[in-house]
Design a protein around this ligand. Structure first.
Ligand code: EPU
Length: 429
């Protein structure tokens, strides 16, 4: 039986100081897939050293690429011919590997990617990916747990309207469209900064994409792309985590390496709760002089409040003065986190996709378990408002998205240790 890692934090602390964030996980993962679209070596810089990036490296290796990591740089050397199959073994561990679907179909004319299934934050459909690729001429089926697609005579331009601005579907369709014959217009696309980052890398490679950051993308297909060097944008979710950490602990934190415009609504909510925000160009400072006041928050696609910051929003509400209503509109399983937060004494009532949270002055320390990346970080941050030592189990989830998490907490004044604890024993009959 192997041991499992836990993080133990001592509550009653005020986060204070400066913390830097590096590149966004949800950009870097997709930029690595973008590299598949050109033969030769692309270099992606400002890449976070997290387990999801290592997994993506392995996905690309199994497709035939050579992948090297050196500090914050990833070099992806792509051969002329790729092996267009991503198996379940990796896809189940890294749902984001579904983003190789579009590039592989564009490059190879065929692809088999394991269906990733749902996960702890909810059911996660693929219908928009599949329908969009079908409109571009792909023949797509599902068989034996795989999404299987082919387009022997190549993809062609199409008019596609997404039912919902899905991040993953937008990315897959753009990556397929850049090498398609003719022009593809995709309406109701995701507008996240990470989408803009991907389109910028693609355009630097020679793609012709217009409208990145707006609700409609126009992609004029080209015949080939060239490898490039591209720097990943800063991680707005990691930055937002520290912003809420400052707000919840009545702290004073300066975050470096992230454009505050990507967190406009989140920072505005913290300001409504009584926070003082200073905006820099690639940095911001959050101060919360008193106990935060209750504010209502609802998650929405960008530029709305990010679903990945929902645990932090519930965390702030659980120590705020008054009652907050927090509404989740993107993933049906996000409130699993709230159930765990109740173990820390949070007063939360869930009705459908709404959480009614009555704030209390202090949470009570306990042992809790992370169910996903953001829930893990949210529980550690909530533990800072506890009356003693909170232990968060299953912190390998945090390693998937937060580089240097424990060191950053220490920098901000937290008494924190990472330790090993025996895994659950297996009982047999
Ligand atoms: N959806 C469908 N059909 C589709 C595609 C999506 O029904 O064809 C639904 C999903 O089931 C979900 C909603 O649409 O309910 C949003 O899904 P979306 O495609 O926008 O999300 P994603 O691409 O699967 C990315 C991030 C998530 C982030 C969401 C929303 C990556 C690797 N993941 O997921 O990040 O929460 O966008 O912003 O980019 C995280 O980093 O912890 C994380 C979960």
């Amino acid at each position: 039986m192997t041991d499992v890692d836990v993080i133990k934090v001592t509550g009653g602390v005020r986060l204070a100081g400066e913390v830097g964030v590096v590149g966004a996980k949800n950009s870097a993962l997709k930029l690595m897939a973008v590299a598949l679209l050109a033969s030769g070596q692309s270099e992606i810089t400002n890449v976070p050293r997290i387990t999801d990036i290592a997994l993506m490296g392995e996905v690309l290796r199994r497709l035939g690429a050579t992948v090297d990591f050196e500090a914050d740089v990833v070099r992806v050397d792509v051969p002329e011919r790729l092996h267009p199959e991503a198996d379940y073994d990796l896809v189940r561990r890294l749902r984001a590997s579904i983003c190789v679907l579009g590039p592989l179909l564009a490059r190879c004319g065929e692809v088999r990617v394991a269906h990733p299934g749902g996960d702890a934050i909810g059911s996660r459909g693929l219908d928009m990916h599949v329908n969009g690729l079908a409109k571009m001429g792909a023949d797509i089926t599902g068989e034996h747990g795989f999404v299987v697609a082919s387009a022997p005579s190549g993809l062609h331009g199409a008019r596609i309207s997404l039912d919902f601005p899905s991040v993953g579907a937008t990315e897959n369709l753009v990556m397929a469209a850049v090498l398609a014959r003719g022009t593809t217009v995709i309406d109701n696309v995701a507008r996240e900064p990470e989408i803009v980052d991907i389109c910028e890398m693609l355009n630097a490679m020679g793609a012709q994409i217009e409208g990145a950051g707006s609700a409609e993308l126009t992609v004029h297909g080209v015949t080939s792309l060239n490898p490039v060097t591209h720097a990943t944008i800063g991680d707005r979710i990691v930055a937002g985590t520290w912003a809420f950490g400052a707000a919840m602990t009545q702290g004073d934190v300066t975050v470096l390496g992230c454009d505050p415009r990507w967190l406009e609504i989140a920072l505005d909510k913290i300001a409504q709760a009584g926070g003082q925000i200073d905006h820099g160009e690639d940095s911001f400072r959050v101060r919360m002089p008193d106990r935060p006041r209750a504010v209502d928050i609802r998650t929405l696609p960008f530029p709305g409040f990010a679903t990945d910051l929902l645990p932090m929003a519930i965390g702030m509400a659980s120590v705020a003065e008054g009652m907050s209503m927090i509404t989740e509109n993107i993933f049906d399983g996000r409130f699993m986190f709230a159930e765990e937060l109740k173990r820390l004494g949070a007063d939360i009532k869930i009705e459908g996709h709404h959480a009614m949270v009555r704030g209390r002055e202090r949470l009570s320390c306990a042992e809790v378990t992370a169910s996903d990346i953001r829930a893990g970080a949210g529980l550690v941050i909530a533990g800072l408002c506890g009356d003693g030592i909170t232990t968060v189990r299953a912190v390998h989830h945090i390693d998937r998205g937060y580089p240097n998490f424990v060191d950053d907490l220490r920098t901000l004044g937290v008494e924190v240790i990472r330790a090993e604890t025996p895994a659950d024993p297996v009982y047999t009959l």
